[in-house]
Design a protein around this ligand. Structure first.
Ligand code: AMP
Ligand code: MN
Ligand code: MN
Ligand code: MN
Length: 279
C-alpha cells in the first residue's frame, strides 16, 4: 500500500460505544476516501464480520482491530491491536475477561450517580447499548445528555464519569502485559492509543513507552483526533526516540459526537515509520 493512501486505523461501531453499525462505519469511511480501515471496538471483535462483508462491497481494505482497556498503575490506558486473528482463542478469552467487569462497573456508576440525585441511569444507559456485553461510560454520557443534565457528551465527561466527579468508579482492567500478550498471541501488532490523552509526567510517559516496548509493543498513535498539532510533533519525536512505529486513526465514534470524521486527519510526517510499512 502506498504511504499516502488514506489509512484510518482507529474507530468504533455499535459493537462497543460507537453510534453507527459496523457496515455503516465502513460505508462512511469509503465515502470519506478511506482506503484502509481498522475497526477497533473496545474489548470486542464481534463487529468485524459485518464490517468485512461491507468492506468487500465498498472497496475498502479492512484491518481486523480491537482497542484493549488496560490499567497501568492508577492510569487507564488503551492499546489498539491491528491485524489480529479474530478466531484466536487466547484473544477471545482475554477480551471476554476484560468485558466481564463492565456490567458490574455500570451498576456502581449508576449507584454513584444516584448519590447526586440522578436516577434511572443504568436502564437509561442500556437503552443506548446494542451489544449487552459492552456497556461503557459513553452510554452513560448519552443518557446524561438525553436527560439534560449536560448539553453534550463532551460536557458529560467534564462534569461526570471522570475521576473526582459523580459517576466515576475506579476499575481494574487488564495489565499492560496481559493486554499486549492477547494481541500478540493473535498475531497482531500493539499500538499505544492516543498517548497525549493520559495525564502523565514526562518521566512517566518515558517509563510507559519503555515498558510498552519491553512487552513487544510496536507503535504509538501520532496522528489522532485527541492530539493537538504540537502533540503530533511531540509523539513523532518520541516514536523515533523509542524505535516505535507511528499510527494514524480518527477514534471516530459517530456523527455529531466526534470532532474528526473517518479519514479526515493530517498525514503522518515522512520522518516516522508508519505502522503499515510492511503491509
Ligand atoms: P470506558 O471504556 O467505558 O471507560 O469508556 C471510554 C470511552 O469514553 C472512550 O473511548 C470515549 O468513547 C469516551 N470518553 C472518555 N473520555 C471522554 C471525553 N473527555 N470526551 C468524550 N468521550 C470520552
Ligand atoms: Mn469509546
Ligand atoms: Mn481510547
Ligand atoms: Mn477508541
Amino acid at each position: 500500500m502506498h504511504s499516502l493512501s488514506n489509512f484510518d486505523l482507529h474507530c468504533h461501531s455499535t459493537a462497543s460505544d460507537g453510534i453507527l453499525g459496523p457496515a455503516e462505519v465502513v460505508r462512511r469511511a469509503a465515502a470519506n476516501g478511506v482506503q484502509v480501515l481498522a475497526l477497533t471496538d473496545h474489548d470486542e471483535i464481534c463487529g468485524l464480520a459485518e464490517a468485512r462483508t461491507q468492506a468487500a462491497v465498498s472497496g475498502v481494505r479492512l484491518v481486523n482491530g480491537v482497542e484493549v482497556s488496560i490499567s497501568w498503575g492508577g492510569t487507564t490506558i488503551h492499546v489498539v491491536g491491528l491485524n489480529i486473528d479474530p478466531d484466536n482463542l487466547r484473544l477471545q478469552q482475554g477480551l471476554k475477561a476484560i468485558r466481564g467487569g463492565r456490567a458490574e462497573r455500570a451498576k456502581r456508576i449508576s449507584l454513584d450517580l444516584e448519590r447526586v440525585g440522578i436516577t434511572g441511569s443504568l436502564e437509561g444507559a442500556y437503552a443506548y447499548v446494542e451489544n449487552r456485553n459492552l456497556i461503557g461510560r459513553a452510554h452513560f454520557a448519552r443518557f446524561l445528555v438525553e436527560k439534560r443534565y449536560v448539553s453534550d457528551v463532551k460536557s458529560a465527561f467534564q462534569h461526570y464519569l471522570v475521576s473526582g466527579k459523580p459517576g466515576y468508579v475506579p476499575h481494574q482492567w487488564a495489565t499492560l502485559e496481559e493486554g499486549v500478550d492477547c494481541i500478540a498471541a493473535a498475531g497482531g501488532v500493539a499500538v499505544l492509543a492516543h498517548p497525549g490523552r493520559y495525564k502523565l509526567t514526562r518521566a512517566q510517559m518515558h517509563r510507559l513507552l519503555a515498558e510498552f516496548k519491553d512487552c513487544s509493543g510496536s507503535a504509538i498513535e501520532v496522528i489522532t483526533s485527541a492530539h493537538t498539532p504540537e502533540q503530533y510533533k511531540e509523539f513523532a519525536i518520541l516514536a523515533r526516540e523509542f524505535g516505535l512505529c507511528a499510527s494514524r486513526g480518527s477514534d471516530f465514534h459517530g456523527p455529531g459526537e466526534s470532532r474528526v470524521d473517518l479519514g479526515r486527519l493530517p498525514n503522518l510526517a515522512s520522518d516516522v515509520n508508519p505502522v503499515w510499512h510492511d503491509w
